[in-house]
Structure formats: structure tokens, C-alpha cells
Design a protein around this ligand. Structure first.
Ligand code: BJ8
Length: 424
């Protein structure tokens, strides 16, 4: 404990508020996670990671820097981790899911802004996150308008590099994106002083592919009935993927999957097979945002899948092609894979709509909850197309727009219970 306080102090972390945050987050975690019945034993590792959320991984990141490596913060699944790791870097997802830091962000950002953006800005500005403070620089991207503009403000607090993510997927935009990926490789080489070789890049492509495959395996198991794991636990695993050491994470997720496979074989589930199964679709949910899942799963239903960036969007596009052995071929394989991600920042984005329908069927969903964060225009507007397509398929749909506060919990619970009654 003393060691971690020394570490936070050296990082300039606001110790008093860090204590307050960890205490509040620990309490929420206890209420949301530890009271679930029949959890897989393999979740013990992820509970441990959460209990040490501001300690072990930030310390590993600091140690890595002391040995000459770089630590790079990211906010979007379009930023290729393979390149960061190939330049002797550690990539860490910095998106934040708590309103604890809004107070720090709201004097420099509009109140009417996506909570995910405000939360991240607040954690940096208020010196509340050892992850931010362990980073050499962050990588932003030109996805939604809020993010695109906030990088300019972030740059006042931490060096910020921006990747231009196109808005369409035609051949011209694909070329631009490949160029961006190549420039990012150059940026990483310049920052780290490491020349990225095809051998090392090939290794790191395999490393990150293995992480994706482990998550894919976990999600495949969620297609079973009864469900061998709760939606909350599966969401936590996906969330932790963004910052834990990839080798350790992959091994622990595979261990968990071994256990879940046994459960599936034995017909063992965390709820009765008759419990309504929900597909959640929309904005990412980052730690400690477990609000929607908790409401669904304390209302007699279970979340079977998340069509989000903290869910399928992180791994469902084919893995990076491992066959190219030269840098140009590898960068092209990376660019191709990443541009297949189906974010609502793209237009058109019809593949996403088709995928939601496919997931609803594959995961045997009784209904879809379309989840958006307040002021997230792209996901909010895309709802109309999703609604038309799901109506046509006869798939029940509920739209939820919320933020990080607990104020609307009662109201959401009433609406979700009504929806569950309708689909049961
Ligand atoms: S690929 S979803 S991680 S951009 S919720 S900040 S879009 S206003 S997080 Fe995203 Fe990349 Fe897309 Fe995924 Fe803006 Fe919407 Fe907020 Fe969002």
C-alpha cells in the first residue's frame, strides 16, 4: 500500500481524490459483481485485476518506461496496438466510464458533451488516473466530432498525436487510411528509437490476434443456452482487455473459457434457460460503467452479447492476416483489418445493421437494447436505420439514452422491466 502511494505521489496524482474514487468504485464493484450467484472461478483473476486497478498495471507501465520502453494511451479500437507493441511500446485504453471527473472537465468543455469524452478529459486534467500519468503520449483519432475537437484541448495537458480515420470505406479512403497507418509506424519509430522489423511486427500481430481470438472464444460460449457466464462478467473481461498485459490477459481469458466449456458441456448456467436474453448494441461501456447490464441482470434477464467496442466490435472483424512477411504487406493487412470495424462514425454503415441482425440470431436474443450515451450523435442518429431493419425482422427493440450518473437508474429499470415483460 505504501509503495503504491509513493508511486501515485511521484506521478503527481491527487491522492485524496484518488482515495475517494477507489473507495466509491470498490463499493460499486462489490454491489454489482460480488453478489452474483454461481460465478465462474476464473473470474477470480479479473476480480483481482479490479481490486488492484490503480496499482499493478500502472506500475508495470512505469517499470517499462524506466527500462526505455514507451507507453501510449489510446481511446478507440481503430488505433492499431500491433504497431505500438512492435516499437517496444505498451498500448493502454484510456477511455473512462465515471462521472467522478466531470467536475474537472466541465470548466473547459461544454456540459452537453458525450460523458465518455468528458470523463477522460476530467481524469487527465484532475490528475486522477495513474494510467494517464504513466503515458508518454496519447493517440487521438478523427472519429466523432466531440473526440476530434477534444484532442486539441488534451494537447495542452499531454502530447497528443492524431490519426485521421476516414468517414467512408471506398478505395480512395482506404488508401488514405493505409497512409495513416504507415505514418503511425513512423511516429512510433521516432518516439521509441526502435526500427520496426517485419519479424517483430509479425510477432505482435500474432500477440494481438491471440487476444482477439480469446475474446471471440468467450463470446462463442455466450451463444449457448443456458448462458455459462453473466453479461456483467463477460463485459468486465472485455473492458480489462484494453489495459491488461496482452499475454497474461489472453492466458487468463482462455483459462476462463476452458471452465465455461465444461459448464456448457454439463448444461450449467448462471440463470435459468428461460431468462430473456438481451443483445446490447451501441456505444462502448468502459470501467466502471456497468449500469445497463446491472439493471438488466437484476430484472430477471441476461445480456448475451454486446455489439459495442467493448464487445464484438473489438474482435469480430477478421483478425489481421498473418501471412505477409514484409513490412508493406503487414501494414496493409493491419489497415485492411481495422477499416472493417463498423463504427457509426462511418457513412454509410449498413454492414453494422446487418451484423446486429446476425448477432441477434446467433446469440438467440429475445430482444435488443439499443444503448447510446447522451450527446453521441452518430449512434443516436443511426438508431433510425437499426429500428427499421429490426422491425422488419420482427426483433423487439428498446432504445436507451443515458449518461454516467445514477439519477435515471429507477426510470431505466421501469422501462427495461416493461420491455422484458413484453418479450417474455
Ligand atoms: S470505433 S464507438 S471507440 S469512435 S460514445 S466518444 S462516438 S460521442 S467512443 Fe468510439 Fe472508436 Fe467508434 Fe468505437 Fe464519440 Fe459517441 Fe462519445 Fe464515442
Amino acid at each position: 500500500m505504501e509503495g503504491e502511494r509513493e508511486m501515485w505521489k511521484a506521478q503527481g496524482i491527487d491522492l485524496k481524490r484518488n482515495d475517494e474514487f477507489l473507495e466509491a468504485a470498490g463499493k460499486i464493484y462489490g454491489d454489482v459483481y460480488m453478489k452474483q450467484p454461481n460465478r465462474p472461478k476464473g473470474m477470480g483473476f479479473f476480480d483481482f485485476v479490479m481490486s488492484e486497478v490503480h496499482s499493478i498495471r500502472p506500475k508495470e507501465m512505469i517499470d517499462h518506461r524506466e527500462k526505455g520502453g514507451k507507453v501510449v494511451g489510446t481511446f478507440c479500437v481503430y488505433v492499431p496496438d500491433e504497431i505500438i507493441f512492435a516499437a517496444n511500446g505498451i498500448g493502454v485504453g484510456l477511455c473512462c466510464g465515471s462521472d467522478f471527473s466531470f467536475i474537472d472537465a466541465e470548466d473547459i468543455l461544454p456540459t452537453n458533451l458525450c460523458p465518455l469524452i468528458k470523463s477522460g478529459m476530467g481524469f487527465k486534467k484532475g490528475m486522477l488516473s495513474p494510467y494517464f500519468e504513466a503515458c508518454d503520449f496519447i493517440v487521438g483519432e478523427t472519429t466523432c466530432d466531440g473526440k476530434k475537437k477534444v484532442w486539441e484541448i488534451f494537447d495542452n495537458y499531454i502530447p497528443t498525436y492524431i490519426m485521421e480515420v476516414p468517414q467512408k470505406k471506398d478505395p480512395k479512403q482506404r488508401e488514405l487510411w493505409l497512409k495513416e497507418v504507415e505514418l503511425f509506424k513512423e511516429k512510433m519509430e521516432k518516439e521509441s528509437g526502435v526500427t520496426i522489423t517485419p519479424e517483430v511486427l509479425g510477432e505482435k500481430i500474432k500477440l494481438i490476434n491471440a487476444r482477439r481470438k480469446a475474446l471471440e472464444r468467450l463470446y462463442e460460449l455466450r451463444k449457448s443456452s443456458p448462458l455459462p457466464i453473466s453479461g456483467k462478467d463477460a463485459l468486465l473481461v472485455s473492458q480489462i482487455a484494453f489495459y491488461d498485459d496482452p499475454v497474461r490477459f489472453t492466458s487468463k481469458t482462455n483459462e476462463l473459457c476452458d471452465e465455461l466449456e465444461e459448464r456448457v458441456k454439463n448444461g450449467e448456467g448462471v440463470v435459468e434457460p428461460t431468462a430473456p436474453r438481451i443483445l446490447v448494441s451501441g456505444c462502448p461501456m468502459v470501467i466502471p460503467n456497468w449500469k445497463l447490464h446491472h439493471i438488466v441482470e437484476t430484472s430477471g434477464a441476461i445480456v448475451a452479447c454486446e455489439e459495442t467496442c467493448t464487445g464484438t466490435r473489438y474482435f469480430d472483424t477478421p483478425i489481421v492476416d498473418e501471412t505477409p512477411t514484409d513490412i508493406d504487406g503487414q501494414l496493409k493487412a493491419i489497415a485492411d483489418r481495422y477499416l472493417n470495424i463498423k463504427c457509426s462514425c462511418f457513412t454509410p454503415n449498413d454492414d453494422r445493421i446487418d451484423q446486429i441482425i446476425k448477432f441477434a440470431r446467433d446469440y438467440r436474443a429475445d430482444g435488443v437494447i439499443y444503448y447510446t450515451l447522451q450527446f453521441c450523435l452518430t449512434y443516436n442518429v443511426e438508431y433510425e436505420k437499426v429500428k427499421r431493419a429490426l422491425n422488419k425482422e420482427g426483433i423487439p427493440l428498446l432504445r436507451i439514452e443515458t449518461d454516467y450518473s445514477e439519477e435515471d437508474t429507477g426510470q431505466l429499470k421501469t422501462r427495461i422491466e416493461g420491455f422484458l415483460e413484453r418479450i417474455s
